[in-house]
Design a protein around this ligand. Structure first.
Ligand SMILES: Cc1cc2nc3c(=O)[nH]c(=O)nc-3n(C[C@H](O)[C@H](O)[C@H](O)COP(=O)(O)OP(=O)(O)OC[C@H]3O[C@@H](n4cnc5c(N)ncnc54)[C@H](O)[C@@H]3O)c2cc1C
Length: 382
């Protein structure tokens, strides 16, 4: 079993802020042995056989990835001191820890300074795991809800025969099925990456691109959606059980505590959204192949077709609002221009009257709200 050690106190999403240091024992670089010194605020189950750890070498600005085994080659215990096991809301049967590396032994894997892309390869698989785990949680809660509704009688009928309860159960069943189909499709795309044959025609290269888009673009989207929906889903399933759902002697309370974790780790919601947009920006051909595939699939479904029709425009708007869709240089220029404009507005502001005028304009039109709010923030009189 191999765990992960990326998150430090100062940053989990922003792993580039990692400060753990790695010092080469002999010749460094890929495959070289290192000693690690530092601290990880979250570290997977410490009884793992090894962990993949991000740390900074002296010779490189980027982070590198290290294989840190539980035991060193001479059979002694590696110098990874467990400081504490996390006292978690749920997921308690799977320990998480805080550790200190006291010259811990590690081997660099991947190229020096390329630790983030190296570990992201693993993280992409664990994001798929999160989708699968959350879909499984949905299914487990659904089975419990249906079982209960079939046997519990209220107002003269079993719950399952009450029309409103049937609606609730049908909604839950539909969502659970959708999550299952989605993770199966995603898993299929991951499997294909292992034995991909060279594309021989335009059609097969487009299909390969679409598969890549499933892995790279749909994985963060699916993780965002399925893991987040699981929270709501379990709450609804718990309600089907009535008061007993809220009591620890049944299974629902445990499901409920377990539900949020897949949404938080391996990249929280916002981070997944940004990752998806970045993937679309970096791989526009793959994104196009994906849309083309979906359009073909949706051809026979008017509602699906209509929803899909709006998607590229919405994606463009999201990307534009983040400065994506432009080159980095133009985005930088736009940032600098925005900053200069804010400075100029702040300089122009001479006090309360002007600022109140800005606030007055706020009420008339919503788009101005943002400008005025920015003005109020930057003018320094408030
Ligand atoms: C039970 C559990 C086990 C864990 N196990 C491990 C482990 O084994 N190894 C490991 O390395 N880590 C582990 N983690 C840590 C986990 O991966 C991080 O907590 C997670 O990545 C978020 O990082 P953070 O806690 O620093 O929050 P932050 O990075 O501070 O994020 C806080 C919030 O801000 C949002 N956010 C961040 N950046 C942006 C942005 N640019 N724009 C908008 N919103 C943003 C995030 O989505 C999040 O909602 C574990 C966490 C938990 C809860």
């Amino acid at each position: 079993m191999i765990g992960m050690g990326m998150t430090e106190k100062q940053g989990g999403s922003d792993v580039r802020s990692n400060q753990t240091q790695a010092r080469a024992i002999a010749a460094g670089g890929r495959g070289g042995a290192y000693e690690l010194v530092g601290h990880k605020w979250f570290f997977s189950a410490p009884q793992c056989d090894a962990h993949l750890v991000l740390a900074r070498t002296h010779d490189h600005v980027g982070l590198s990835c290290f294989f840190v085994p539980r035991f060193t080659p001479d059979g002694s215990k590696n110098a990874v001191q467990i400081q504490r096991l996390k006292d978690k809301l749920g997921n308690r049967s799977n320990a998480s820890s805080e550790v200190e590396f006291l010259d811990a032994f590690g081997i660099m894997i991947g190229d020096e300074g390329r630790g983030v892309p190296t570990i992201i390869e693993m993280a992409n698989y664990t994001r798929l795991d999160c989708v699968i785990g959350s879909a499984a949680l949905m299914r487990a809660a659904l089975v419990q809800a249906i079982h209960h509704a079939r046997r519990r009688s209220a107002f003269g009928r079993n719950l399952v025969d009450q029309p409103l309860m049937r609606n609730v159960l049908a909604d839950l069943a539909l969502e659970s099925e959708a999550a299952t189909v989605l993770f199966m499709r995603l898993a299929h795309a991951f499997e294909q990456s292992a034995d991909v044959a060279p594309a021989t025609s335009a059609a097969s290269s487009s299909a390969a691109l679409a598969e890549r888009a499933w892995r790279r673009i749909v994985t963060p989207a699916a993780k965002y959606w399925v893991c987040k929906r699981t929270l709501e889903f379990i709450g609804e399933a718990m309600e089907v059980w009535g008061g007993n759902g809220y009591v620890e002697t049944g299974p629902m309370a445990r499901f409920y505590r377990e539900a949020p974790v897949n949404s938080i780790w391996e990249g929280s919601g916002n981070v997944m959204c940004l990752d998806m947009l970045r993937a679309m920006e970096r791989e526009p051909e793959a994104a196009q192949a994906l849309f083309a595939q979906w359009q073909a699939d949706a051809a026979a479904h008017p509602a699906l077709r209509a929803a899909l029709g709006k998607l590229p425009r919405r994606a463009r708007t999201c990307r534009a609002s983040r400065g994506l869709g432009t080159t980095h240089r133009t985005a930088d220029r736009a940032d600098r221009a925005g900053h200069a404009a804010r400075e100029a507005r702040a300089r122009r502001c001479r006090g309360g009257v002007h600022c109140h005028a800005s606030r007055g304009r706020l009420r008339r039109k919503r788009p101005r709200l943002r400008h005025a709010a920015r003005h109020v923030r930057s003018c320094g009189h408030h």
